[in-house]
Design a protein around this ligand. Structure first.
Ligand SMILES: *Cc1c(COP(=O)(O)O)cnc(C)c1O
Length: 429
């Protein structure tokens, strides 16, 4: 199945009148429809809630759209907490996922009344100390993150390696943590685990759910804790490559329901709420990085140089990740060449595609790089003094809105103290 852009060449030409490439553009209609499919898939669980993983795409316009669709925010930093608050997500609309978390971040999470997900047993004392110093009561709701160790397998496939991951508590630790927290007066408990990333299979969530549901039953038996929610976290993936079979969220929701009815209901735990913290699944397919071909170079390979670079989309350089590319206005059955598509960083890994067969590209052609709606713009950086691009929203009514302007040299220079060093700087020519 060929991947089709959600924008047309005519739309890109129109946008080009106002916003130069490169930019990320997001599809409001696609985002809303997908969020509704997720909600419908888990409608059997009355307490179900998706906490969008803010790190995937920390843009308040998009977070607000998701909030309108019933989603909270999953945050892991001070600024992510501030963003969540800015769009109206406070209290139990925020999941705060800790891992080597600094004290001031915990303090803000306490202040906002976020649900705190403790990454480690030592964080109980760490959080208590902050609460005491800042004059906050220790929360009466706490979530603990579980790491079963070993490998996470589905059938004969090894999906990921939790035993090598820095996150979560061991089985023994999570039992101890529950006992301690209960003694400290915590009344409402949750458990969380994230065992595999970008899974393109309908079996991941149901298998994760099975493990967490069994753990919940055991924790209740051994500690008497009142477990009120189970957080399946992120990890439901998307098909980056054409021809990959996408996940069917309705099938996933049904698979989780079967485990719920098999394990939790008979244990008298049939009122537990399920939470998710999806990032990639919520937004990745509904974002494109739009760039233009500006150079053709013929040496030992055929290169097309574009006006975007790895600073706009790091995944190919960092993970060797595949992102599909559509050359706009070119016939897929027409003449083609094997290209490397490169950015302008002084880094040889700044390539959006290596040895990719694409229709013949002319200078000035628009290239749409697919599936950049999550972990795209947000992983951007300023290497080589490159500036972050604009973010645009293709609204449901077909209009295009600027939801984050492009950085300027003045933004890049803003944190230098030029005056203190008595240096004159010009931020434009
Ligand atoms: C990154 C992350 C997510 C989202 O992961 P996706 O792969 O984007 O679904 C959810 N929860 C936590 C704690 C994370 O770190």
């Amino acid at each position: 199945m060929e991947k089709k852009p959600f924008v047309t060449l005519a739309q890109l030409r129109e946008i080009d009148q106002t916003y130069p490439t490169p930019y990320h553009i997001y599809d409001e209609k696609g985002i809303r429809e997908n969020a509704r499919r997720l909600k419908a898939a888990f409608a059997w669980n009355p307490g179900f809630k998706e906490y969008f993983a803010v790190k995937a795409t920390p843009n308040p316009y998009l977070m607000r759209i998701l909030r309108e669709e019933g989603c909270g925010s999953d945050c892991s930093s001070y600024t992510e907490l501030l963003l969540a608050k800015a769009v109206g997500n406070v209290g139990s609309d925020i999941m705060f996922s800790s891992n080597a978390t600094p004290p001031e971040e915990y303090a803000l999470a306490l202040k906002l009344g976020a649900i705190i997900n403790l990454d480690d047993i030592t964080h109980i004392a760490f959080l208590k100390d902050i609460a005491d110093k800042q004059g906050y009561a220790f929360p009466d709701t706490i979530c603990c993150r579980y790491n079963p160790g070993g490998y996470f397998e589905l059938g004969t496939d090894i999906m990921d390696n939790p035993g090598d991951a820095k996150y979560g508590m061991t089985h023994e630790q999570i039992i101890k943590a529950f006992v301690t927290l209960k003694e400290m007066g915590v009344k409402h408990f949750g458990i969380h685990s994230f065992l595999a990333s970008n899974t393109v299979t309908n079996d991941y969530y149901p298998e994760l759910a099975r493990q967490l549901f069994e753990l919940a039953v055991e924790l209740k038996e051994k500690t008497g804790a009142s477990i009120e929610f189970i957080n399946l976290s992120g990890g439901v993936g998307i098909p980056y490559r054409p021809g990959q079979e996408p996940n069917d969220i309705a099938v996933i929701g049904e698979g989780v329901r079967r485990q719920y009815e098999k394990i939790l209901v008979p244990a008298g735990m049939g009122s537990i709420s399920l939470f998710t913290e999806l990032g990639r699944f919520m937004l990745a397919p509904y974002g494109h990085l739009v760039t233009k071909a500006i150079h053709r170079k013929e040496t030992y390979k055929h290169y097309i140089g574009v006006d975007a670079c790895a600073c706009n989309l790091m995944r190919p350089a960092m993970y060797g990740a595949y992102h599909h590319i559509t050359v706009m206005g070119k016939d897929l059955n027409g003449p083609s060449t094997i290209y490397d598509i490169t950015g302008s960083l002084c880094e040889n890994n700044d390539k959006f595609a290596i040895d990719r067969e694409l229709p013949l590209i002319d200078i000035g052609d628009f290239l749409v790089i697919h599936d950049t709606g999550a972990h795209g713009f947000s992983m951007g950086y300023n290497y080589n003094g490159k500036l972050r691009s604009a973010e645009l929203l293709l609204c449901e009514d077909g209009s295009v809105k600027l939801i984050r302007r492009a950085e300027t040299p003045a933004d890049y220079f803003a944190t230098f103290d030029f005056e203190g060093a008595d240096i004159q700087v010009e931020t434009a020519d």
